[in-house]
Ligand binder design. Structure first.
Ligand code: NI
Length: 390
């Protein structure tokens, strides 16, 4: 076992305690007040960091070694989801309607405890390290754009991020060069018909029948307008219309989501949604209003950094720890960091059925395997210290 491994193990109690405190005090996007205060206080107890608040609920710690070298940034997201926790845990969320069901409590605890170890080694490092505890990842347009606008990436040469995932077992690292995540868009269609008595359809323009045709039309986009190699998902997830059994309503609302991995495909789907909704409505004498809202872009991993990250994981944990991933669907606002400078975002397995940690993310019973946190800390320290080694 390496010396680093033993130091990480020695800090396990602290790591788990940090994670549980954060879990218990889950806070929603832009409301991470107690979370940011906790992190800031813990960072203030470490040696040699310059602390700042890029935004009211984000925290940045900077370690300037004073020796020439690269400027390396790493980001952890810190916000929770609007979910009522259903886990029976002594550290269950005390905030009703807020739960760390995506592992961001783990991300923050991993980075915090990695910083603690890196600070102890600062005499053997060069360059500058920036540790970014970012708010509001869960809610587009997201906190990344705000902290980047506040200047956290100015002068940064490379940037890193990590996400715990229940698609991989504890201790395996999902690595994917190039496009890693899908873009996350939403569409809303309102069909404006003309309501009236159910017994006199000839006096009405029925938006429900037209809306149903639009839904079926939308399902032809992926099947009929894209090439076989173009990956995309279009799902209609909510419809709303009508109040009474004998009243044809005025309007029909359709809401759904679109996931793509390529800008050309993304643009094409948006154009097809508009054409199908407007054209189908016009044919029926109705009108369709389409709003297409762009969520996060895809995260694109820098090929060189991905190669380096892959080798580092294999060196640190053995080659079997590397899992080659195909692009995955959940989006992340880390995309905006990797648009500013070369970046590498890794997925760290935290699923372990033996300890009940295999519920999907965003589920009220999501529970991460705390052993995964140790892998996260060891990876983070090994990574940062290899990039800034004197
Ligand atoms: Ni997440």
């Amino acid at each position: 076992m390496s010396e680093l491994h033993n130091r990480v193990l020695a800090g396990k109690d602290r790591l788990v305690a940090d994670r549980r405190w954060l879990h218990q005090h889950a806070e929603l996007s832009w409301k991470e007040t107690e979370t940011a205060a906790y992190l800031e206080q813990a960072l203030a107890e470490m040696d040699g960091l310059v602390l700042s608040r890029p935004t009211p609920t984000s925290v940045m710690a900077v370690l300037k070694t004073g020796r020439p070298g690269p400027t390396v940034a790493i980001r952890a997201d810190i916000d929770a989801l609007p979910i009522n926790e259903e886990n029976e845990l002594e550290y269950r969320s005390i905030h009703p309607g807020a739960m760390h069901a995506c592992g961001h409590d783990g991300h923050a605890a991993i980075l915090l405890n990695a910083v603690r170890l890196v600070c102890q080694d600062k005499e053997s490092l060069c360059g500058e390290l920036r540790f970014i505890f970012q708010h509001a990842e869960e809610t587009p347009p997201g906190g990344a754009v705000e902290v980047i606008a506040a200047g956290v990436l100015e002068g940064v040469d490379e940037v890193y991020g990590l996400h715990l995932t229940s698609i991989l077992p504890t201790g395996r690292f999902g690595v994917c060069p190039g496009v890693l995540t899908s873009s996350t868009d939403r569409f809303d269609v309102t069909v404006q018909g003309k309501g009236g008595h159910s017994s006199m359809p000839q006096e009405c323009v029925d938006p429900i029948v037209t809306g149903a045709q639009i839904i079926c039309g939308l399902q032809t986009i992926v099947a009929r307008s894209l090439a076989p190699a173009d990956a995309a998902v279009l799902s209609v997830c909510r419809v709303r219309a009508g109040e009474a059994y004998n009243v044809i309503p005025n309007t029909f609302e359709i809401t759904g989501s679109v996931r793509t991995y390529d800008e050309t495909v993304r643009n094409k789907i948006e154009a097809r949604i508009r054409a199908i909704a407007e054209g189908t409505a016009a044919a029926a004498g109705a009108e369709a209003q389409v709003t297409y809202s762009r969520g996060y872009d895809s995260i694109v991993n820098d090929p060189e950094l991905t190669k380096m990250g892959r080798a580092l994981i294999a060196d640190t944990f053995g080659p079997e720890a590397v899992a080659d991933l195909s692009p995955i669907a959940p989006g992340d606002d880390f995309c905006y960091y990797s648009q500013k400078c070369p970046g590498f975002f890794v997925e760290l397995g935290a699923a372990n059925p033996a300890v009940g940690s295999d519920a999907p993310h965003h589920n009220p019973r999501y529970k991460l395997d705390e052993d995964a946190l140790l892998y996260g800390v060891e990876y983070t320290v090994a990574l940062l210290e290899s990039r800034c080694r004197l």
